[in-house]
Design a protein around this ligand. Structure first.
Ligand SMILES: Nc1ncnc2c1ncn2[C@@H]1O[C@H](COP(=O)(O)OP(=O)(O)OP(=O)(O)O)[C@@H](O)[C@H]1O
Ligand SMILES: O=P(O)(O)OC[C@H]1O[C@H](OP(=O)(O)OP(=O)(O)O)[C@H](O)[C@@H]1O
Ligand SMILES: [Mg+2]
Length: 285
């Protein structure tokens, strides 16, 4: 029987989110730290744990069928692979940063400066687009230390919370690339595995939509039904059930996670009571 061979990061920023997502998609993964290969039960897949930077090439060469990487890596190494699905985790940005006292405040100020980075191609492309000349120094890690060693005037590195910049007395000047984890496949993906891939992508999309939405239940007086329904669109329209108490109904609906507090406030003002907000495990539209 055919199995999907999926490359995940061996250790680092993407591993936890990747394993969590596959588990939510129903793949039973019995993974112990340091293991390089796991065969999943309940779904025909084989997970290989590789260095992040090697994954795009393995996918492009067809050694593995799929991979999960940060989209910034694809921008950096330009390996010919196809992004199938953005995965909404490991969100970060590539930014220029400088010592707090620096007089660099804009892209133009980077002209002729020394920039330390682990992402030289992304930086080069940005500078070219802006028509700027600068010296790029490639270092493989701990880039934030370069200005204090006088190796560079500025750095270009990944920023998420901004803590690393803060701890190294650096100031973010601006971001030039946004990234999140993505599922990729090779250009010569085996057509006999297309069915398995479609199933996996369907499950991933159901998990992602579920995480973006909440299930809401509330009680409301019947005479407020119309105004409450305009606040709650639902997947088709809200579900309305009678309550034992005369003149009252229970309303169920789905609300976008990011709008939840605003919606709850409006529902309260419209006379809703006993509002419950619950997580959704899977959402199939
Ligand atoms: N602080 C962060 N917050 C969110 N996502 C991040 C962060 N740092 C890195 N990432 C994302 O995770 C990816 C992997 O980064 P990580 O530092 O774990 O591995 P690496 O050092 O680039 O690779 P390797 O596995 O080859 O050692 C990056 O390409 C980026 O997309
Ligand atoms: O804005 P923050 O939340 O502080 O995250 C940014 C830091 O995270 C990444 O490093 P990582 O911790 O992955 O270490 P690495 O250099 O070993 O890859 C990145 O290179 C920054 O240093
Ligand atoms: Mg890192």
């Amino acid at each position: 029987m055919k199995r999907l061979i999926i490359a995940l990061q061996k250790s680092g920023r993407l591993q936890e989110g990747s394993l969590e997502l596959l588990k939510e998609c129903g793949l039973k993964v019995d993974y112990r730290d340091g293991q390089l290969k796991v065969i999943t039960s309940d779904y025909p897949a084989e997970l290989l744990f590789l260095r992040n930077s090697d994954i795009p090439q393995y996918v492009a060469d067809g050694v593995v069928d799929l991979g999960i990487v940060g989209s910034n890596l694809l921008e950096e190494d330009e390996t010919p692979v196809e992004i199938i699905q953005a995965l909404n985790f490991s969100k970060c940005r590539l930014s220029f940063a400088v010592p707090k006292s620096s007089n660099i405040h804009s892209a133009q100020d980077l002209k002729e400066k020394r920039i330390a980075t682990s992402y030289p191609n992304s930086v080069r492309k940005f500078l070219q687009k802006e028509g700027l000349q600068a010296e790029i120094h490639t270092i493989s890690g701990s880039v934030e230390i370069a200005p204090s060693l006088n190796l560079a005037d500025a750095i270009a590195d990944i920023v998420s919370t901004g803590n690393t910049l803060f701890q190294n007395n650096l100031r973010e000047v601006f971001s030039f690339l946004y990234s999140e984890a993505v599922l990729i496949k090779g250009m010569n993906f085996d057509p006999e595995k297309q069915g398995l891939l479609d199933q996996l992508v369907f499950r991933i999309q159901s998990v992602l939509s579920a995480n973006e939405n909440k299930y809401i239940l509330l009680n409301a007086p019947k005479d407020q039904l119309e105004s409450i329904c305009t606040i709650l669109p639902g997947m088709k329209s809200p579900t309305i059930l009678p309550l034992a108490m005369e003149g009252w109904v229970s309303i169920h609906s789905v609300v976008k996670q990011k709008e939840i507090w605003q919606v709850v406030q409006r529902l309260k003002s419209a006379g809703a009571e006993g509002i419950l907000v619950c997580p959704i495990e899977k959402m199939v539209s």
